[in-house]
Design a protein around this ligand. Structure first.
Ligand SMILES: [Zn+2]
Length: 251
């Protein structure tokens, strides 16, 4: 497949929706061929490749997520559990997109990379309603998964094991946080793409203005919580939307 649409989770990349966009094509090329593939496997027949940076970023996030009361001997174990939970949760998010793509009869593949992942599929084929459903599938399945994790957490049999409780509570928190963050109406996040599918190409300028507004608002709010990497990503996305707005401005 020469040209692929990318269904992003979290990434500062350019929104790829114009088949003749050379910048986007170059970016896609780098993402597809430029990184080493550490782990490759198939799930439900869908090819998955996990890049080394996925594990590294997850481990770094994990260190700042550990409860301050963690005994030193448990640190490695808990970081490992955090990375595993992040892998499962983000995999489920991408599967939500990929299974929807396959439901509509198109080939798809999943890549997990630094800060998230994406599911690729041929561009320019899906109608706006189908594109909306493919986008909604990711956060939709992840929120359902968060709900199931919260049910398990309330089961007293599980909560007897501290490590298992930690693992499931991380699964719950990552799933909910990731899904909600991706639902921000900011391009190229899922929320921005849902908005784009709703408003259509004729109102791309409105979509981009909303995208810039929410990216800056999200950056301000998230910087209050800590985890500065998320505000930085959002500011980068606001900048990308601003540049796209210049390309789309009436002459
Ligand atoms: Zn997504």
């Amino acid at each position: 497949m020469k040209y692929l649409q990318v269904k992003w989770t979290l990434s500062g990349a350019h929104l790829i929706d114009q088949p003749h966009d050379r910048h986007a094509l170059a970016h896609q090329f780098i993402l597809t061929y430029g990184f080493p593939r550490m782990i490759r496997f198939k799930i439900f027949g869908i090819p998955v490749n996990v890049q080394p940076f996925f594990w590294i970023t997850m481990a770094i996030l994990g260190t700042s997520f550990l409860p301050s009361s963690t005994p030193e001997k448990d640190t490695i174990l808990l970081i490992g559990l955090f990375v595993l939970a992040g892998f499962v949760s983000i995999m489920i998010h991408e599967l939500g997109h990929a299974l929807m793509v396959r439901y509509f009869g198109l080939p798809t593949a999943i890549t997990l990379h630094t800060f998230g992942g994406f599911a690729t599929y041929p561009a320019g084929i899906l109608s706006r309603p189908k594109s909306f459903l493919v986008t909604a599938g990711g956060p939709g399945l992840q929120i359902l998964f968060a709900f199931l994790a919260s049910l398990v957490l309330n089961n007293p049999l599980i909560t007897e094991n501290q490590n298992l409780t930690f693992f499931i509570s991380v699964l719950y928190k990552i799933s909910l946080f990731w899904a909600l963050l991706n639902l921000l109406p900011v391009l190229p996040l899922d929320g921005g793409q849902l908005l784009h599918a709703l408003l259509g190409p004729a109102r791309i300028r409105l979509t981009l203005y909303i995208s810039i507004g929410f990216a800056l608002l999200g950056a301000i709010l998230l910087s209050q919580v800590g985890f500065m990497i998320f505000p930085i990503y959002l500011i980068f996305m606001a900048w990308e939307s601003w540049k796209t707005l210049q390309i789309n401005s009436p002459r």
